[in-house]
Design a protein around this ligand. Structure first.
Ligand code: T4K
Length: 378
């Protein structure tokens, strides 16, 4: 008889550095009383990220959503942008806030990223860019998208909110496309409480992004563009610096959890796992997605999501519903039938994964899933 967990197991739990280390960092802030507006800790964090990504074309923000909004504005993107409906709603909101029309096209069935063929078919004279998402930490079809963007003279922008630390061969994932936006939200495998980052190819954009995130101020007396306030503060930067030190350890622990889930779930009828990624990809295991086949498993993903709660396991239905089905986007005309995206959104469940999740807890979660299959369909 499997007992419910005493404490809730959420889909994620943020990594925190040892409290004493963070307290020591806070002492510097207490001494200088420099809290925000490009303070010394933010400058240090920016430099560490420049070293980490081996580029100076980096700009930090108070969250990923504003980073993406500013990216689109600073790059002058307009008209139509081809994008995925299978993402967190902020991807599309960033387009909306720039008065850009989202053109939703389907995803591919293995890793749930934009289907390049569908992208190419949706290009019109108004298309200015492709906004693709490396969803769950899976790299998009990088070469195919780059080829389409080059042939049609489109900007290629990646919502890289899920892929901090991912490498493809010996390249960082940020080396692909014209620009990548990373989220440092607390729920991400790397975080700074909240935060966002842009990494971009064109060096000239740095000045524009710096203005846009700081009201457009050039100096005390000159405002050169109508910017907003999207600055990262010193406490966020401090958290970012301290979490970065543990990144390898965090990813290794997540990898072990991912391996165990895959080992235990591969034999459960009706549970589909993402195919193994190429060994040249260094993954970050940001999420643990499973697809639930209702007929074979014996219950739908929605029913499994509800049942798991009875054991105090709080999985999430990321990303159901599709963004185009939210009330605020229902008036956007969608020509693509989105066959794969609709099937995947109906079947998908993301299971708990975080560095401090015990392997014994993963075993119990898998036992619960197996027992639900046996009770309902086995
Ligand atoms: N693009 C993509 C593809 C994204 O996934 C996101 C964000 C963005 C853009 C925008 O980036 P940001 O502007 O956020 O930087 C969460 C996150 O808030 C959001 O950042 C994330 N994607 C999205 C996928 O997930 P919710 O509404 O599901 O979060 P919430 O509060 O329900 O948290 C999930 C679970 O995590 C909770 O059940 C418990 C645990 N948790 C959460 C927080 C905040 C903790 O244990 N501690 C915490 O502090 O959106």
């Amino acid at each position: 008889m499997i007992k419910p967990f005493e404490k809730p197991i959420y889909v994620t739990k943020p990594f925190l550095p040892p409290l004493e280390e963070f307290r020591q960092g806070l002492e510097e802030i207490w001494e200088t009383r420099w809290l925000t507006n490009n303070g010394p800790i933010l400058q240090r964090f920016t430099q560490e990220l420049c070293d980490f990504f081996e580029t100076d074309n980096i700009c930090l923000f108070n969250n990923g959503t504003l980073a993406l909004q500013i990216a689109l504005q600073g790059m002058g993107i307009s008209g139509e942008v081809i994008t995925t409906p299978f993402t967190f709603v902020a991807t599309t909101h960033a387009l909306f806030w720039n008065k850009i029309r989202p053109v939703f096209v389907d995803i591919e069935p293995d890793y749930y990223t934009l289907d390049p063929e569908k992208v190419e078919a949706a290009i019109t004279p108004w298309t200015t860019a492709i906004l693709a998402v490396h969803v769950y930490g899976h790299p998009c079809k990088l070469n195919a998208l780059a080829d389409i963007a080059r042939r049609h003279n489109l900007k290629l922008i990646y919502d890289a909110a899920h892929v901090f630390g991912v490498k493809v061969g010996n390249k960082s994932i940020a080396d692909f496309g014209d620009l990548s936006m990373f989220s440092f939200h607390a729920t991400k495998s790397f975080h700074s409480l909240e935060g966002g980052m842009l990494i971009f190819r064109e060096t000239g954009l740095k000045g524009v992004f710096d203005y846009l995130k700081n009201f457009g101020f050039k100096n005390e007396f000159e405002v050169v563009m109508p910017g907003t306030n999207a600055k990262m503060n010193e406490i966020q930067a401090l958290m970012g610096i301290q979490v970065l030190k543990y990144l390898d350890e965090i990813i290794q622990k997540r990898a072990k959890i991912n391996d165990l889930y895959r080992h235990l779930l591969k034999e459960v009828p009706g549970i589909r796992l993402v195919p193994a990624l190429s060994p040249t990809v260094r993954q970050n295991h940001a999420y643990m997605p499973i697809e639930v086949d209702e007929q074979e498993f014996g219950m739908s993903s929605d029913a499994l999501y509800e049942k798991l709660k009875q054991w105090n396991v709080h999985s999430r239905r990321y990303f159901y519903p599709l963004v185009c089905d939210y009330a605020c986007y229902r008036n956007v005309s969608v020509k693509d039938p989105l066959t794969v995206a609709r099937r995947v959104a109906d079947r998908l469940l993301t299971l708990p994964i975080y560095d401090s999740l015990e392997l014994s807890e993963v075993e119990t979660i898998c036992e619960i899933i197996m027992s639900l299959h046996l009770e309902n369909g086995g």
